[in-house]
Design a protein around this ligand. Structure first.
Ligand code: DOR
Length: 451
């Protein structure tokens, strides 16, 4: 495309830039210039200037999701790298980290290489998450050094928490020289087994008390302290008690980071519209009380929670239609994240710049440069990796419009605010809402495709 986007608010957190009323000159996927009032000459102008008192459209670096499930290999009926990365693009995400709990799991250098290779042609940059322990069993660490050398961006047994604090401590120590985070699914499996009275796998068990989370966080913080160095990242924190523990640990100087999902920020039980089947509400950790949700929002606002991460967890229809106790846990999130955070998750209005921060430099800092993540910046002259979104635009979540291979969300039919208009990755247009952002034929230029 070759045009001027007029009247845009430009937010670039790393550059400490937040300026409304900007004109952005785009040419063949590059941002040529950003000025207040650009003389257009012969260039077509797409006027996005809001009415007086209205809310402007925002241009910012592409979002980063450090917690995505793509199901390839093993469950391509639920999601593939192709469909998942298209969903990411539609949600404004330009870099995502795929979790390792595929079939088979990504737990060896060869599997890391294969997973990375499979994702080369994806619409967005897909980084490979590697398991922390072989087979996600919590018994033996993967060859962390070789897996990092093969391209692993981070280590996580997400979905499982079967390791001992001792093993975790060793992993944290080894990850230091690799510059990769150790990411923890904080739900203690012993607590879950006890309350659900099971001896086998606990992933689908439906009783998941806050104590499972606080005990796992406690163990992770102890393991970090025992390692005496390193960094631990806590995934999908869901409770007020969890937020409080992280707040205190950070105040005490611990190198711990944390994420919250859009669904934990935006929903609590009982959720207003009981969906059918009920399994659509099932997620690990579970949705909790409104008080927990408010603590998460507060934590996200004040930085105790470093990043929003989707935990995009696609599942086939039949997996969700099972009786609640047996249904698969998880909901899709990539295409809904922005709107859920704005509409239901306390991040509208004056909180939008904070939300942009938590979707860009928050996750960038959690991962660290060595992971291979690219700096989220709007750079003049370079092929752009950015997102244009309208924080106010209203839309309905309709199954037919979702790009993900699955549609398991309790929000089908919901009216949300916040819509991604355009996503560019390395200058390629990977998502364009033509209805809300029509541009004249003269502005079209060569639209490079990625993937
Ligand atoms: O609800 C969840 N689903 N939580 C997780 O941690 C894993 C995920 C999945 O893989 O389905």
């Amino acid at each position: 495309m070759n045009c001027i986007l007029r009247g845009v608010r430009v937010i670039d957190p790393l550059a400490r830039r937040d300026a409304a009323g900007q004109d952005v000159w785009l040419s063949e996927g590059r941002i040529i210039a950003i000025y207040k009032h650009m003389g257009e000459g012969t260039l077509p102008v797409i006027d996005l200037t809001p009415p007086p008192g209205g809310t402007p459209v925002i241009l910012c670096p592409g979002f980063i999701d450090i917690h995505t499930h793509l199901r390839e290999p093993g469950d391509e009926g639920a999601e593939t790298i192709h469909s998942g990365s298209q969903a990411a693009a539609a949600g404004g995400f330009t870099q995502i980290v795929a979790m390792a709990n595929t079939v088979p799991p990504i737990d060896s250098p060869d599997r890391v290489k294969e997973a990375t290779f499979r994702a080369v042609a994806a619409s967005v940059q897909v980084l490979t998450g590697c398991a922390l322990t072989k087979g996600l069993k919590g018994e033996e660490l993967v060859d962390m050094e070789a897996c990092a050398a093969a391209g692993a961006a981070a280590f996580s047994d997400d979905g499982r928490n079967g390791f001992s604090p001792r093993l975790l401590s060793e992993a944290i120590g080894r990850a230091v020289s690799l510059g990769r985070p150790v990411m923890i699914h904080p739900e203690d499996e012993e607590v879950l087994a006890q309350v659900n009275r099971v001896q086998g796998p606990v992933q689908r068990c439906s009783l998941r008390p806050v104590e499972a989370e606080t005990r796992a966080i406690d163990y992770a913080l102890r393991a970090l302290a025992h390692a005496g160095k390193g960094h631990v990242h806590l995934q999908h924190v869901s409770s007020a008690a969890g937020v409080e523990m992280i707040r205190r640990a950070k105040e005490g100087g611990a190198n711990v980071t944390a994420e919250a999902t859009p669904h934990h920020l935006g929903m609590w039980l009982p959720f207003a519209t009981e969906p059918q089947p009920a399994g659509l509400l099932k997620v690990n950790p579970p949705l909790r009380t409104d008080r927990d949700r408010e603590a998460l929002i507060q934590g996200l606002r004040d930085g105790v929670i470093d990043t929003v991460a989707t935990d995009h967890a696609p599942h086939r229809v039949e997996e969700k239609a099972l009786p609640y106790d047996r249904a698969a846990p998880g909901m899709i999130g990539l295409e809904l994240a922005l709107a859920v955070c704005i509409t239901l998750g306390g991040m509208s209005g004056d909180w939008i710049p904070t939300l942009v921060d938590r979707l860009t430099i928050g996750p960038y800092r959690v991962l660290g440069k060595a992971s291979g993540i690219r700096e989220p910046r709007l750079r003049i002259g370079e092929a752009a990796t950015c997102v244009l979104f309208d924080p106010e635009a209203e839309w309905t979540v309709e199954p037919a419009h979702l790009r993900s291979g699955s549609q398991n969300t309790p929000l089908l039919g919901a009216r949300l605010h916040g819509r991604v208009l355009m996503t560019l990755v390395d200058g390629a247009l990977v998502h364009h809402d033509r209805q809300r952002l029509p541009w004249p034929a003269s502005a079209a230029g060569t639209e490079t495709a990625r993937g």
